[in-house]
Each structure stands twice: as structure tokens, then as C-alpha cells.
Design a protein around this ligand. Structure first.
Ligand code: SF4
Length: 462
């Protein structure tokens, strides 16, 4: 009895459910690099490098513990370019009795997986992805019968259920949320720590060359690639965050500074979303730092809320509301995405900074995403699908299940309040308060009308 076990590009966890019960003598693990996954949006080159390099490292780790891996590389001769075709070709090679896969993270691939039984004529078992705190069914049970979905309510339930930051039946420190302490402007004199980055090894460099060759015209630069592509490096990144970022993450999580895209942020979303780290272990490490007196509660709670709260909540929203959700447009916004989202060529310094770090690192932090690129799209009436596809393409951590609700529900309020309580629209005064961008900008943040007025202040009524 041989089982073909499919491991997708964002399922790079040794304890992924598709590998449970694996028979090393008989089963084959199939991993596939295919063009359809690298081109369904015009991904940033670093994002493709990240996923393919991490997949190649994971395959090698499996081989080293004696697992039989059939790895189809992007440049394997006869690669058909699609997951479904490659599965059929692998069945011809190995003649398995059945297929096992962990539920895919994205609707598009889930729909594909549901068709594999009919396509191949073999039984296909789609297993739950148990790496999350809340299964899809758990979120559905929470959402059922509620008129209003709010992350805070869901988050409190998750805190209680998983006993994270709880003391004597209540929230640690007596409050669920310490955001009032988390909105500080960064003093100009604050030294920003250098963050741990990972120089590309031979495997990553091979992938970088392949990506330059196949996707040379795509957005973004690859030279500064520094993301962890193995579990070992992802753990080092986690420890770097706990030591160098977490203690001040809370205070300055909404701050922005020119030339300093990382500040005190975790930089862990790419590793988490690929499966190199688990949400449980990152929460555990953060809470342990607080208990050891190495990080304050406002920082640790703020970080835990991102992982146990927002990350789980947006996944739940995605699976409850897809596929209709992707066409949300409550504000009936129709404008095209301006070209400067790709080129960075704009006199608006805040947008230039955000697009610049996006191009260089496939990264900008959540306040740049929400209050600069997202806020501008909201105020300018950019069609939600245009900005949503942009976010999905350009960030190393952008997988649709997490990116789409963050964009449609939070950044541009396209779902009309299904996910978030209010539109995150703000004038230039907010950006001026939280950053050092405006002092060096072509526009005047204090003006509301006229050619020099900050575009974030401008509206049709003026
Ligand atoms: Fe951005 Fe306006 Fe400030 Fe310029 S003045 S950096 S456009 S907020």
C-alpha cells in the first residue's frame, strides 16, 4: 500500500498533517514548483525565491531523514506547469494506491484539490491543517449566529481557550489590550537595532539565478534577499526578534522612520506563513520573555494579538466568506492602481518610502501597509481588486488567506464592515505624527487645498 503525500509550498512543517503516518519504505512525498503558482499574480522576485528555496531546503531535510521525495523543479524537463498535471504524472511514475494532502491555504488550490479524486481516479484524503489555533470549523462555530464579527471578541475567546496571557481566569495585567501604550512616535535619537538577515546560500543563489532568468521583468529586487529559508534559520530569526525587537515592539509598533523599514517588527510572517515556524511556538516564546522580565506586557500582548488574534481571525473570515469575498466593493471604488505603486516614482515621500522598501525587501511593516499604501488607496478610491492583487504580488508573506481580508476588510473597507469596525482613513496629520516623512516631502502636510497640499488631506469637497 503506497501513499502519494503532497506537500504544497506553504506547508513546510515536519509535523504537517499530510505526513502523519508516513511509511518511509513505501510512501512518496511529492513537491512541485509549477508556473501556474508562480504567475497567478505577478509576484515579487524575492517572494518566488523565498518559496522555492524554502521548498528545496525542506525537501532536502526530508531526504536526510530517509523520506522518499519526488521533487519537480521549475526547470525539470517536461514540467507541465500545473499542480494537477504534475500529480497525474507522479501517479504514472509511482502507481500509488491513494493521495493525501493537507487542506490548501487558498481557495483556488482547495478547489483544485477537491477535483483530484475525479481527475486521478484514486481516493484523495484532504486533512485538516492543524497548525492553526482555530480550525476552519472552530471559527465557523464562533461566527455562527453572530450579527457582528469583531476580532477582539474572537481574540478573547482564543486567549481563554488556549490559556495564553491569562491569570486567575482573567487577562494578564487586568486588561485584554494595551494599545493605548502602543502608539508612540519614535524619538529621532532612538537607535534602531540591526536585524538578523540571512545571506543566501548555494541553494538560494541557484534559485535567485533561475528567478532572474524566468521572471527578470517582474517587480522587485533580489540582491538584498535575507529571509530565513530553513526552520533552523527561522528559529534564529525568532530569537533575534525576542531579543532585539520585542522589548520595544509595543511602544513603537505604529511608528515609521525613513530608511528604517524593519524597526522593532517581528519579520516572522514569511516563515510563519510557509510553515517554518508555528504560531504556537512564537506566542510561547513571547510570553516566556514577558514572564522572564525581558519584555513588557504591552509589547507581548500586542504581538500575541497579531498572531493569536488577527492572523487566526482573518483566516476564519477568508474561509467563511470566499469565494464571494474577493469581489467585495462596498464603497464602489473604481480607479486604477497608480503606476507609482510599482515604480515608486511619486513626490509623496511616505509612498516613496513604502514602495522603496517593498521593492528592496518584499516587505513593509503593517502601519506602512495600512496607513500609507492602504490609506491612499482608500482615499483615492482605487478599485479593491486592483490594490488587493498588488498586496498579494509584492510582499514575501502575502498568501491570499491572510492578505485578502487584511486588504479588503481592513485597508480599503471594501467589505463594508464585515471584518473591521471602521475604515482606516487618515489625513496627512496622522502620517506626520507617526513618522519623519513629511519634513522631507514635496507636499505641505499642513495645507488642505492648492497644488502643494498633501494629497492625503485633499478631497473633492475642497
Ligand atoms: Fe505623505 Fe503628505 Fe507627509 Fe508628503 S506631506 S509624506 S504626501 S503625508
Amino acid at each position: 500500500m503506497s501513499v502519494l503525500r503532497i506537500v504544497l509550498g506553504d506547508q513546510l512543517s515536519m509535523d504537517i498533517s499530510a505526513l502523519k503516518g508516513l511509511d518511509r519504505a513505501a510512501d512518496i512525498v511529492l513537491m512541485m514548483e509549477v508556473m501556474e503558482e508562480t504567475t497567478y499574480v505577478p509576484h515579487h522576485k524575492q517572494k518566488i525565491v523565498l518559496v522555492l528555496s524554502a521548498m528545496r531546503h525542506f525537501a532536502e531535510e526530508l531526504r536526510q531523514i530517509g523520506v522518499l521525495v519526488d521533487y519537480v523543479a521549475l526547470d525539470t524537463p517536461d514540467n507541465s506547469g500545473s499542480l494537477s498535471n504534475e500529480i497525474q504524472r507522479a501517479i504514472a511514475r509511482h502507481a500509488p494506491d491513494r493521495l493525501v494532502v493537507t487542506e490548501p491555504g487558498e481557495w483556488r488550490v482547495q478547489t483544485m484539490a477537491e477535483g483530484w479524486e475525479a481527475l486521478t481516479g484514486l481516493p484523495v484524503e484532504i486533512r485538516e491543517d492543524d497548525r492553526f489555533f482555530a480550525s476552519r470549523a472552530r471559527f465557523a462555530a464562533w461566527a455562527r449566529g453572530r450579527k457582528l464579527w469583531r476580532m477582539e471578541h474572537f481574540y478573547h475567546e482564543m486567549r481563554r481557550e488556549h490559556e495564553i496571557l491569562m491569570e486567575q481566569g482573567g487577562p494578564a495585567g487586568g486588561e485584554w489590550n494595551f494599545d493605548a501604550e502602543n502608539r508612540k512616535k519614535l524619538p529621532a535619537s532612538t537607535l534602531v537595532p540591526a536585524r538578523l538577515r540571512f545571506a543566501p546560500n548555494a541553494v538560494t543563489r541557484t534559485v535567485m539565478a533561475l528567478v532572474e532568468q524566468r521572471f527578470g521583468e517582474s517587480f522587485g529586487e533580489v540582491e538584498d534577499f535575507g529571509w530565513p529559508v530553513t526552520r533552523q534559520d527561522a528559529l534564529r530569526a525568532l530569537h533575534d526578534f525576542i531579543a532585539a525587537g520585542l522589548p520595544r515592539f509595543g511602544d513603537y509598533q505604529d511608528a515609521m522612520k525613513a530608511g528604517a523599514p524593519f524597526l522593532f517588527h517581528a519579520l516572522l510572517a514569511p516563515a510563519l506563513n510557509l510553515g517554518l515556524l508555528s504560531p504556537r511556538e512564537v506566542c510561547k516564546e513571547a510570553v516566556a520573555a514577558w514572564r522572564a522580565g525581558a519584555a513588557p506586557l504591552n509589547a507581548v500582548e500586542g504581538f500575541v494579538r497579531q498572531i493569536l488574534g488577527w492572523r487566526e481571525y482573518v483566516r476564519g473570515v477568508y474561509w467563511r466568506l470566499m469565494p464571494a469575498y474577493e469581489n467585495s466593493n462596498a464603497l464602489q471604488a473604481t480607479r486604477k492602481l497608480p503606476a507609482f505603486y510599482w515604480t515608486g516614482e511619486t513626490p509623496m515621500r511616505c509612498l516613496r518610502e513604502a514602495v522603496g522598501s517593498t521593492s528592496r525587501y518584499a516587505y513593509s511593516h503593517h502601519i506602512q501597509r495600512l496607513m500609507v499604501t492602504g490609506n491612499f488607496a482608500l482615499l483615492a478610491g482605487i478599485a479593491p481588486r486592483e490594490i488587493e492583487r498588488w498586496y498579494l504580488a509584492v510582499y514575501a508573506d502575502a498568501f491570499e488567506w491572510v492578505e485578502m481580508p487584511n486588504t479588503l476588510g481592513m485597508a480599503v473597507f471594501a467589505d463594508g464592515g464585515k471584518m473591521a469596525s471602521k475604515p482606516y482613513a487618515a489625513s496627512g496629520a496622522y502620517i506626520d505624527r507617526m513618522s519623519d516623512f513629511c519634513s522631507g516631502c514635496h507636499y505641505d502636510v499642513k495645507q488642505k487645498t492648492g497644488p502643494d497640499a498633501c494629497p492625503f488631506n485633499y478631497s473633492d469637497s475642497h
